[in-house]
Design a protein around this ligand. Structure first.
Ligand SMILES: Cc1cc2nc3c(=O)[nH]c(=O)nc-3n(C[C@H](O)[C@H](O)[C@H](O)COP(=O)(O)OP(=O)(O)OC[C@H]3O[C@@H](n4cnc5c(N)ncnc54)[C@H](O)[C@@H]3O)c2cc1C
Length: 463
């Protein structure tokens, strides 16, 4: 691992230090170790320096230094990537956490968001105006990585993935130029960044379509783990034909001590976490089939949209060990649900869990080649998540995820959602972009022919 800076790099970095509006952090600085921490505590990378950017011109300067000195570059948005792709060993991290501006246009319900924002900040700004942008299911995640990978969340069935609500992006490319991309300007680039990750440049601003969604009705319902097969089978038959207003992800998990009642503590359950976005007059009717399945426990209610977005934040704080594996699925057949009962009953630590997010409603009405996000025709985006505060359990949670993945991969649609992947190699990347991979390699060649941006689920440029 190279952490020593060569002399020509050193000169370029000194110049960057003099010209950057933000700051430079190197291994000699007292804040270096704190700065190199990311959400997943398993990640232990040692960059040669951080360019803490506060302006678009800082990003340009940092890119110029890396290009002119052949220094490896990583881009950090919210730092939540499971595989630690916001950091690199020995190179420069372009840290965007200083790019935090958020502008809400209430006339057109559009929102311009700085490339270093996290969703919590965006939700806060939009909620004030009764608006919401579809994102994920945890509010501490970065806007940058989540959006560029796709964005699967509570509002996906109603308004589509996050990328389906992206109107425009301002980017700094590998050659240091600034471009605006939307459906008319650099349309190929706009197609590629909607799912293709940070392969094409640094996004300094995103513009999203927001929606009038002040509150939602939802929360968790639980069934004993032994009922998993029955509940998954029912959910599979129910959710995709339910109104777009209803979304819910199905999970196997252990119930923690707080805020749940005592009789549920530390037991395994099959859970569905619901989010209903429709008119409250129709709520009871929409939930009738759920009520008929007689959950052992239900904690449902109306709440502000940012409340459901942050419901699980406290359970999954930054700094825990984290390992995950993922796959897309076309259905929940008995062969599949049997494996969920098996591995759901063997959850290795209290916070480890499995989630299946429906890909239906508005998310499935976008064509599989309309954006780089290739799996519009599947029914589920699945993920096995191993989590624990104790580094001693890192191996245990990793093994559980790998075994779970191995058992279910043969029944999968082939690839995974790139944002739920670790660093799993080129074949996995190809499978995950599927029919869109070839076009992505050509767009990559057009905008980044030397693969300057390679610390990501990497698309190899091809003429
Ligand atoms: C607790 C948790 C919950 C999650 N929940 C969801 C969910 O509900 N739905 C969902 O879809 N995903 C979810 N994710 C996955 C998440 O989308 C990815 O981890 C994503 O990569 C995080 O983005 P980030 O900006 O925080 O990450 P970072 O680690 O900062 O970056 C990840 C990748 O994105 C690139 N990148 C980031 N910002 C930019 C930018 N501005 N310009 C160019 N490239 C950039 C980086 O180069 C890197 O390759 C979750 C992750 C965690 C850890």
């Amino acid at each position: 691992m190279k952490t020593k800076i060569r002399s020509h790099e050193s000169n370029a970095i000194d110049e960057l230090r003099n010209r950057i509006k933000g700051s430079i952090i190197t291994p000699n600085d007292p804040e270096y170790n704190e700065t190199r921490k990311v959400y997943n505590a398993m990640i232990d990378k040692r960059p040669a320096l951080f360019a803490m950017c506060t302006k678009v011109s800082d990003v340009q300067l940092a890119i110029d230094v890396c290009r002119n000195t052949n220094l490896l570059v990583a881009i950090r948005g919210g730092g939540h990537n499971g595989g630690g792709l916001g950091l690199c060993d020995g190179g420069m991290v372009i840290d965007l956490s200083g790019l935090k501006s958020i502008t809400v246009d209430t006339k057109n319900n559009t929102v311009k968001v700085g490339g270093g924002c996290i969703w919590q900040e965006v939700d806060h700004a939009t909620h004030e105006h009764g608006l919401a942008i579809p994102s994920g299911m945890i509010s501490t995640t970065g806007v940058g990585g989540l959006t560029l990978g796709g964005g699967v969340g509570y509002l996906s069935r109603k308004y589509g993935l996050t990328i389906d609500n992206l109107l425009e992006a301002e980017m700094v490319l590998a050659d240091g130029s600034i471009v605006t991309t939307n459906k008319d300007e650099h349309p190929n680039l706009f197609w590629a960044i909607r799912g293709g990750g940070g392969n094409f440049g640094v996004v300094t601003d995103f513009t999203f379509q927001a929606h009038e969604q002040k509150t939602v009705y939802g929360g968790p319902t639980l069934w004993p783990i032994e009922q998993t097969e029955e509940i998954m089978g029912w959910f599979d038959a129910f959710i995709h034909d339910a109104p777009d207003d209803l979304n819910g992800f199905i999970a196997t998990m252990i119930i923690p001590e707080s805020p749940f009642p005592e009789h549920l503590h530390n037991k395994q359950f099959c859970a569905i976490v619901w989010c209903y976005t429709g008119n409250m007059d129709k709520m009871e009717e929409t939930f009738e089939p759920v009520t008929a399945k007689k959950p052992l426990f239900a904690h449902l209610g109306e709440m502000p949209y940012p409340a459901i977005q942050s419901m699980f934040d406290a359970l999954l704080p930054t700094g825990y060990q984290w390992y995950w594996r993922a796959d897309f699925f076309n259905s929940l057949t008995p062969e599949i649900t049997k494996q969920h009962v098996k591995y759901g009953s063997q959850i290795p630590t209290p916070l480890s869990q499995m989630h299946l997010y429906p890909i239906s409603g508005a998310a499935s009405r976008v064509g599989a080649t309309d954006t780089a996000w290739a799996y519009r025709d599947v029914k589920y985006c699945g993920v096995y998540v191993g989590v624990d505060p104790d580094p001693k359990n890192a191996e245990k949670i990793t093994k559980w995820c790998k075994d779970y993945y191995k058992a279910l991969h043969p029944y999968s649609a082939g690839g995974a959602y790139s944002n739920f992947m670790m660093d799993e190699g080129q074949e996995r990347v190809k499978a995950s972009f599927k029919q869109n991979y070839e076009r992505l390699t050509r767009v990559k060649h057009q905008y980044d022919p030397n693969n300057f941006f390679q610390v990501n689920q990497n698309i190899i440029p091809k003429a």
